[in-house]
Design a protein around this ligand. Structure first.
Ligand code: CO
Length: 138
C-alpha cells in the first residue's frame, strides 16, 4: 500500500465567510465551491492547493453536529489531516497490526464513491487523521 498525498487539511470555523477572508482573499487560494454535507451537519468550502491537495473549511450547520461540539469545546483551528492511500483496507490492517486504534472499523463510503476512515487521535499524538481512497477511475 502507498500513501499518495495529503488530500486535504480540514479546518473548523464558526463562519466560512470569515475564514475565506484569510484563505481566499488574503492568501489568494481559489474557492472551488461550498457544499452542505447533511450527513455530518456541516457546510464545507473546498479550496484547492496545487494539483493534489485542498484546504477544507468546515462550518457547523446544526447545533448538535460533531463539528459544532468540537468548535464549542476547542474553538476554531485545524480539525483533521487527510491522507490519500491507494488501498484503505490494507492501510487500516497495517495500522491495526501496529496497535493503532481506529474510529471506523470498516471503510465508510461517501456518495461520490470515496472510501474513508478515521484514526483515533489517541493513537496519533492528538491528531485526527482521515484516510481516503478515491474510486477507481477507468
Ligand atoms: Co476530511
Amino acid at each position: 500500500m502507498t500513501i499518495k498525498s495529503i488530500n486535504h487539511v480540514a479546518i473548523v470555523t464558526g463562519d466560512i465567510d470569515e475564514a475565506l477572508a484569510f484563505w481566499r482573499d488574503a492568501l489568494g487560494l481559489p474557492l472551488d465551491h461550498v457544499e452542505p454535507v447533511a450527513a455530518e451537519g456541516v457546510n464545507v468550502a473546498f479550496l484547492p492547493v496545487g494539483g493534489e491537495s485542498a484546504v477544507e473549511l468546515l462550518e457547523p450547520a446544526t447545533d448538535d453536529s460533531g463539528v459544532a461540539r468540537y468548535l464549542e469545546k476547542r474553538g476554531p483551528g485545524i480539525h483533521h489531516i487527510c491522507l490519500e492511500v491507494d488501498d484503505i483496507e490494507a492501510t487500516m490492517a497495517r495500522l491495526t497490526a501496529h496497535g493503532v486504534r481506529l474510529i471506523n472499523e470498516q471503510p465508510q463510503a461517501r456518495d461520490n464513491g470515496t472510501f474513508y476512515a478515521f484514526v483515533h487521535p489517541k493513537s496519533a499524538g492528538g491528531v485526527l487523521v482521515e484516510l481516503y481512497q478515491q474510486p477507481a477511475q477507468d
